[in-house]
Design a protein around this ligand. Sequence first.
Ligand SMILES: [Zn+2]
Length: 311
Amino acid sequence: MDLILQNALVAGRPGRPVDIGIAGGRIAAIEENLAADGERLDVSGCLVSPGFVETHIHLDKSCIMERCCSVRGDIAEAIEEVAKAKRDFTAEDVYARARRTVEKAILHGTTHMRTHVEVDPGIGLVSLRAIEQLARDYAFALDIEICVFPQEGMTNNPGTEELMVAAMKRGANVVGAAPYTDSDPHGQIDRVFAIARDFDADIDMHLDFGRLDGADALDLDYVCAQTERRPGERVMSFGRSEQRCRRGGEKAAGPERVAVFPADAKRHRRAAVVEVEAGRGPPTTSRHGISRPLRGGPSLAGARGGLSRPA
Ligand SMILES: [Zn+2]
């Protein structure tokens, strides 16, 4: 064995601690008092579990709380504040902040991560290059998947689409979308589908918050319709989809999972599974970004109003 973890508690195996033998990078044996040669590490009865998967994070925007301010406490202000802060981003700055977050994630057991990374004419590929370097430097402990993300819109922000394509050519893994910030939400969705087809890539869309202009529109329906019309479409991941729950001010009673289309399990295509956790806010990272009381800002309760769909 390359390594033997001694005295480990394993989920689903109640009782006495076991030894875990690892060979060739894989678990080769789990048993009590494993008789084998190899380096031994006594974990003293600690729980040994599969690594955690962070499915939604924005490493390029992590650790900028002190650079932003909240007065209205809504999502539009949060985007404006981050856009302002982004003007001062450098590759070194993005790398240093993201590294702090990545190291914490690793120390807490995360082994896989999908991070959105913004590209637009303002920031160009600066953040992307920094996160690419970070992914290489920490590949020994963490698999980082990069999703290119047009936070400030796409069809309304000339040059963004070209930068997203450039990012995909550099090796980004997933195409992101933020239709709610675009002057032509469905136009953005169409372009994102097209890029994903060109690169045979997955799509991960932000579909919560409704529209920043307050329009009562449900982009989720449009995305589902587009997916249904294209039998060869890639798996869609609707990373955030509070929108359906909030329509008409209604909220479902509890978490629910809605399978929109049957998945083709063999090819992982033409599948759209929407996970809707009713009443849940955005992922922890985003909640952290817009719900904490900021310097000179309102109370925590007031700031949380930012999670609601704009009136
Ligand atoms: Zn997000």
